[in-house]
Design a protein around this ligand. Structure first.
Ligand SMILES: Cc1ncc(COP(=O)(O)O)c(C=O)c1O
Length: 395
């Protein structure tokens, strides 16, 4: 965080932290769309490469616009440092690869975004890093999964798509007692409503593609932690392997950060209004919203989240056919697999984000054929509630 913004509240840091003004004194941050940089002399170039002369060398390593994005989000999150990546999956993969080597073991909650599960369940074991998936809500399962070589725990909370909430502080304690770290995918909560590092996690990852952009324009990701965590695990790996964020995307996402708090506050209120409107609806067999008292882990929500979520999940009576009829009958809410967007979006996880899982694995996670995930946008809440209630009549 820059010295000039450290004393301000998170929402203020979202607007000002990390700003690097050029000699022109621009109001809006400059887009440094360049692959690299030139040097005044061969001596300066040598010194830059030795790390003796501060400045930029090559945009795979660092870039002023990307740097502004990293500093701003680190300031918002309350993290020591951040590194931006091309996508959220690059952030997840980097966070794990950076900490692990062949022979280590990972424990993760089985309820997570399909690609994250692929990385942990299928990809890491190919490189000699076995993993154990547990029911994230059962602390005994985390304890029982620990092996002498366990180096990292990974979870997301609320989970995608069933919005289960896992006790981050308690899982962090189990990880640390085992000599392991905890990485949290905080996409569904956003940094506005949940601070995993304060709760005890060592690393936080985001798909910036979601609420950070919030307007469906570009992909991005970010890994956050203490300065030491980032230096020890992420810094060199990112520079040398190159899943770096483009300066253009960093500029879009930097501008996205400026409006994140107002967007997420409004989207959360809308999601809560929709959840209340759907509660007790005869065609809905299960309704999950982290902001409601009837959420299965309401006590943990209260303990670790500052508000609910911009997402609501619900199961429609009648299985896949009914869920498809419902989606097709929506006039305003669009069918898409993204979330956190200005436009309200509906997803059928069983046939999209989680189609790779077996039917049994989906059933274990509560992803039934009638289950849908709704991401609240910035439309007027009454229009959205009317659209959803009208579409339910078509089921
Ligand atoms: C919880 C979660 N983590 C990670 C990702 C991956 O992000 P990206 O699509 O930006 O690679 C997603 C994307 O849907 C997600 O929902």
């Amino acid at each position: 965080m820059s010295a000039s913004t450290r004393q301000y509240r998170p929402e203020t840091r979202l607007v000002h932290a990390g700003t690097l003004r050029s000699q022109f004194g621009e109001t809006s941050e400059a887009l440094y769309l360049t692959q690299g940089f030139v040097y005044d002399s061969a001596e300066q170039c040598e010194a830059r490469f030795k790390g003796e002369d501060p400045g930029f060398q090559y945009s795979r390593f660092a870039n002023p616009t990307v740097d502004m994005f990293e500093k701003r989000i680190a300031a918002f999150e309350g993290a020591g440092a951040a590194r931006a990546t091309a996508t959220g999956m690059a952030a997840v993969t980097l966070s794990l690869l950076g900490q692990l080597k062949a022979g280590d073991h990972v424990v993760a909650s089985k309820a997570m975004f399909g690609s994250c599960r692929y990385v942990i369940e299928d990809f890491l074991p190919r490189y000699g890093v076995p993993s154990t998936l547990v029911d994230g809500g059962d602390l005994d399962q985390w304890r029982a999964a620990v092996r002498p070589n366990t180096k990292a725990f990974f979870l997301e909370s609320p989970t995608n798509p069933t919005l289960d909430v896992i006790d981050i502080g308690e899982v962090a304690k189990i990880a640390h007692a085992a000599g392991a770290t905890l990485t949290v995918d905080n996409v569904f909560a956003t940094a506005l409503w949940q601070s995993p590092l304060e709760l005890g996690a060592d690393c936080v990852v985001y798909s910036a593609t979601k609420h950070i952009d919030g307007q469906g324009r570009c992909l991005g990701g970010v890994v956050l932690g203490s300065e030491k965590f980032i230096q020890d695990n992420i810094h060199i790996l990112l520079r040398q392997t190159g899943p770096s964020m483009s300066p253009f995307n960093a500029w879009v996402l930097l501008k996205g950060l400026e409006t994140l708090a107002v967007r997420v506050e409004r989207q959360t209120k809308t999601a809560a209004a929709l959840a209340d409107a759907l509660a007790g609806h005869p065609r809905i067999t299960r309704l999950i919203y982290p902001g409601r008292a009837d959420h299965p882990q309401a006590a943990i929500v209260k303990k670790q989240m500052r508000a609910g979520s911009t997402l609501v999940a619900f199961e429609i009576a009648g299985g896949k056919a009914a869920a498809f009829r419902f989606q097709n009958a929506l006039a305003l809410v669009r069918i898409s697999n993204n979330l956190g967007d200005a436009k309200s979006l509906i997803t059928h996880p069983a046939t999209t984000t989680h189609q790779r899982l077996t039917e049994a694995a989906r059933a274990e996670l509560g992803i039934t054929d009638g289950f849908v995930r709704y991401s609240a946008g910035l439309e007027h809440p009454d229009d959205l509630v009317e659209d959803v209630l009208t579409a339910l009549k078509a089921v």
